[in-house]
Design a protein around this ligand. Structure first.
Ligand code: FHN
Length: 611
């Protein structure tokens, strides 16, 4: 079985099989055909297979929250230092070949000595488990082009170009150890390739692309990864990177044809809101939930991704744990990196910090604030810490404990009641009083630790109407970009979740360019709150609610986020009208909502009603 096929994934596979691969995204010449094979097609193709915010396919990613990143490659053999011909030492890590201008023959020569004999997959997985990490992403191939698995595509890899035991396959070892531990395994793969001679020249790039597709198919066929983490997609030189958004469209479509269950990051394209399943802020944590897509922040433990023996500037486990709490409280994931040394060992300072993070998470159930938790929504983020939500619980992770008798204020974003409050790991009392725009928490005792003391609040989030019985909105499709004349097609559209991209369109009868769509009907919220409506659109979009124009993005644009705040009443049918136009190029239209009590999602069919 390819991949945790659930009912939805099987449905997804059927949907994808029916969702033809647009002509322009046909496979590079000679690329191995995906299974199930995908019909070649153009107009009528929609790449939006599901809503990443709610799909079974992404559920593990949205629940697990915390992963281990591993940067391990031929660069690791140099351990961050290279003696230059003039006798000085040049320092970097995974970019050392390029930053130290190491000639390729010299780099290949050093790689021949690479022998990570002490790489112990069980120890790596144990370090992840001890940290509380739920998934692992390891560099299968970084920019240097060196494959860390026995690829048959070339001989620039750990099997064919090293001093390592030729009977070992560290990716297979890691896959088994991860499976045995119930930890998901993903692969990092750099599109940008410094070693492949066909990469830099657009004339020969297709030959590189064919090898890249073949390698990715090897990784999927051999190791059944849960996730692919692309990188090296950006416009750059030395060597020139010809990768385009359209290349990303084709690659993403190919991969989903190989495995509909895959989770794929946005660097498969050009690191945009319309690429892949999630955004990838790096060495930073967004200040709030990201509009229009899931997200994962990746960070180093010291200052480098790859191993650098000279870099002993390690972040404290307090900082790292607080980072994890902050990402969770904004519905993000935290991918924290380790860089094994030349022998394949994770540095002890890394292991120690990861263990300390896991100890905090396991202590007194404090991990409840992370695993399965998300953006609180119901209250504003406070200055004294972070707040996450899990069902009817809020977890206030306090990093600035009040002085004796002091209080912690929470600003309510909606009409909620606090029914109970307790400090995890302590029997001290927490008095909750309504105060101004929210309520004050007054603990009777001291903080329980110096990382974050968690106050668990049991809350009544206020009334939520039952799930509706909507079937979608009336959809009128025009074969022009101006909504002119009679619609060519009129039907019901279950949800406004469309990624027609470069060659797709709403229907085989509609050309990929110069078409427009109007949706009408009503939207029925389940809560009486101020909702944020969000569109992800390319080229043009506008939205009316109850006859009022609330989003006006009616000038052609690249993929773009627009938002509006609208006050909606639970159970009431609010008239909605959405208009969209595609000129040429990419075509995207998604309509999402969120509110204090409703996490961000594509507006579901159940809440959309035809006129
Ligand atoms: O250039 C890479 C870098 O080496 C590292 O892999 C990071 C981790 O995401 N990504 C790129 C820089 O954005």
């Amino acid at each position: 079985m390819r991949h945790r096929a659930t009912g939805l994934v099987l449905l997804l596979a059927a949907a994808l099989a029916a969702t033809a691969v647009p002509a322009a995204t046909a496979l590079p010449d000679g690329a191995p055909a995906p299974h199930p094979p995908r019909a070649a097609a153009g107009p009528g193709t929609d790449h939006a297979a599901d809503d990443p915010f709610t799909a079974d396919r992404t559920n593990w990613f949205r629940q697990d929250r915390f992963g281990m990143f591993i940067h391990f490659g031929a660069y690791s053999n140099l351990e961050g230092e290279y003696r230059l011909p003039d006798g000085t030492t040049c320092r970097d890590a995974e970019w050392i070949k390029r930053q130290c201008a190491i000639p390729m023959d010299a780099y290949e020569k050093q790689a021949q000595q690479f022998d990570p004999a002490d790489f112990d997959a069980k120890a790596v997985v144990k370090a992840a488990q001890d940290a509380g990490m739920r998934y692992i992403v390891i560099t299968a191939k970084h920019h240097e082009g060196y494959a860390m698995w026995p690829t048959k595509v070339n001989d620039w890899n750990l099997r064919d170009h090293s001093s390592f035991d030729k009977n070992r396959d560290i990716m297979a070892e890691l896959k088994k150890a991860a499976d045995d531990a119930g930890i998901k395994l993903g692969f990092y793969y750099s599109i940008w390739d410094w070693h492949d001679k066909d990469f830099a020249d657009p004339a020969t790039f297709p030959a590189y692309e064919k090898r890249m597709y073949a390698q990715l198919k090897e990784l999927i066929d051999r190791y059944d990864p849960a996730l692919l983490w692309f990188d090296g997609e950006w416009d750059t030189d030395n060597p020139h990177n010809p990768w385009t958004a359209r290349d990303g469209e084709r690659l993403e479509s190919y991969l989903r044809g190989l495995d509909p269950g895959l989770v794929i990051n946005n660097r498969v394209g050009k690191r945009r809101v319309v690429d892949g399943d999630y955004g990838t802020p790096e060495q930073e944590i967004p200040a709030a939930p990201v509009d229009g897509q899931l997200w994962e922040s990746c960070m180093t433990l010291n200052g480098h991704w790859g191993y650098a023996r000279y870099d002993q500037d390690w972040k404290s486990s307090q900082t790292l744990t607080r980072n994890l709490l902050a990402t969770t409280s904004r519905s993000g994931n935290y991918l924290l990196n380790v860089g094994p040394d030349a022998r394949g060992r994770i540095p002890r300072p890394s292991v120690d910090r990861l263990k300390e993070m896991g100890d905090w998470l396991r202590e007194d159930g404090q991990g409840e604030a992370v695993f399965g938790a998300r953006y609180a929504g119901l209250v504003e983020e406070p200055a004294w810490g972070s707040v996450s939500r899990k069902g009817d619980k809020l977890y206030a992770a306090v990093t600035r404990w009040p002085a004796a008798g002091g209080t912690l204020h929470l600003t309510a974003r909606t009409d909620i009641r606090v029914k109970a409050a307790r400090v995890l790991g302590s029997d001290q009392r927490v008095t909750v009083t309504e105060a101004g725009d929210g309520f004050d928490l007054k603990p009777s005792g001291a903080a329980t630790n110096d990382t974050a003391t968690v106050i668990e609040l049991k809350v009544d989030p206020g009334p939520t109407a039952r799930v509706g019985h909507g079937t979608g909105l009336k959809q009128e499709i025009f074969d022009n970009a101006t909504l002119s004349g009679d619609p060519k097609i009129t039907r019901t559209d279950a949800t406004l979740n469309h990624a027609w991209k470069y060659t797709g369109s709403p229907d085989p009868a509609i050309p990929a360019d110069r078409f427009s769509v109007r949706w009408t009907g009503s939207v029925v919220p389940r809560r009486s709150e101020t909702y944020t409506l969000t569109t992800v659109s390319d080229d043009m979009a506008r939205v009316w609610i109850d006859g009022k124009l609330v989003i006006d993005s009616w000038t052609p644009h690249e993929p773009k986020i627009d938002k509006a705040q609208v006050k909606l009443t639970a159970g009431k049918r609010h008239a909605v009208r959405v208009e969209y136009a595609e000129q040429t190029g990419e075509a995207h239209l998604r309509l999402l909502w969120s509110s204090p009590g409703q996490e961000q999602q594509i507006i579901p069919r159940s809440q959309l009603y035809t006129p």
